[in-house]
Design a binder for this molecule. Structure first.
Ligand code: SF4
Ligand code: MG
Length: 287
């Protein structure tokens, strides 16, 4: 059985010291061990951004795709190889701006994959511009007088798209985050794990301390029922989305694979492999 070391490679992340993404990487590797996976049973698919580098830092199958396009790739991968555990990773710039259309439709389609979205309310890789998740009034070089655009509400967007699994974690709570990723991978449909993963270099407002002070853990709410959609939405609004935990789960809605019949009859599995020379001939036009 694989241990933590088996999901590590010798590539040193070039994230800034203190970046929240380190903890997400650790939680994801820990979750893979807790799930009893082997590296060849896991695929990490990323978009572009600081968190887009994820796939290079974990020993498993890794795909670094184009900006905002990790989810279409991840869904195709899962449908072609249902045995693979597919986790897409990206940031708020990647998934909530250029990739928002893909995010919304992937959620409503409900293919059995997990999306770990690292939300730091800023574009980090391109050196600190306002993102679709930046707070109103947030000042950057693209908004020197403060952001005037209402931030995308990730949780409510996911609920509106018909999400079947919505969780939210925080980089400072690594074991809780690990548990959320484990539950997300086990969920038989699309699972969203939004993680507040602070950018220590370009966001001096939404810091570790800021989140620590604001976030409310739903496990401290006695009456919270994560199967009651109306109540969940009400709670999300009351706390302006600053909640952590497994916020919502719908275990009734079937996955895309189930409803399409692919689960029983996956034709992709019967596609014959091309002979190497035929494959070579087909792709030579692209050289
Ligand atoms: Fe992390 Fe921000 Fe540095 Fe990117 S720029 S590695 S998000 S701290
Ligand atoms: Mg970001």
């Amino acid at each position: 059985m694989a241990i933590l070391q088996d999901f590590r490679n010798n590539v040193k992340p070039n994230w800034c010291p203190g970046c929240g993404d380190y903890a997400v990487q650790g939680a994801l590797q820990k979750a893979a061990v807790e799930l009893g996976l082997e590296p060849n049973e896991l695929a990490i698919v990323c978009g572009i951004g600081c968190s887009g580098r994820f796939s290079g830092y974990i020993y498993a199958y890794g795909m670094h795709t184009t900006h905002g396009r990790a989810l279409p790739f991840a869904q195709g991968l899962k449908l072609a190889n249902p045995k693979l555990n597919v986790i897409a990773c990206g940031g708020d710039g990647d998934g909530m701006a250029i990739g928002l259309g893909h995010t919304f439709h992937a959620i409503r389609r409900n293919v059995n994959i997990t999306y770990v979205l690292m939300d730091n309310h800023v574009y980090g890789l391109t050196k600190g511009q306002t993102s679709p998740r930046s707070d109103l009034g947030f000042k950057t070089k693209t908004t020197p007088r403060g952001n005037i655009e209402t931030p995308v509400d990730t949780l409510e967007m996911a609920m509106a798209a018909g999400a079947t699994f919505v969780a939210q974690g925080f980089s400072l709570q690594m074991q809780e985050l690990t548990d959320l990723i484990v539950a997300a991978v086990k969920h038989p449909g699309f699972s969203l794990v939004n993680v507040f993963s602070p950018c220590v270099t370009f966001n001096k407002v939404n810091t570790y301390d800021w989140f620590k002070e604001k976030l409310v853990d739903i496990s401290n709410m006695k009456e919270y029922d994560n199967r009651d959609k109306d109540a969940v939405l009400k709670c999300m609004r009351e706390h302006e989305g600053l909640l952590t935990g497994l916020l919502y789960e719908d275990v009734q809605k079937p996955s895309y694979e189930k409803i399409s019949g692919l689960e029983e009859n996956n034709q992709m599995q019967s596609v014959k492999k091309l002979a190497p020379d035929v494959f070579e001939k087909l792709v030579q036009d692209f050289y």
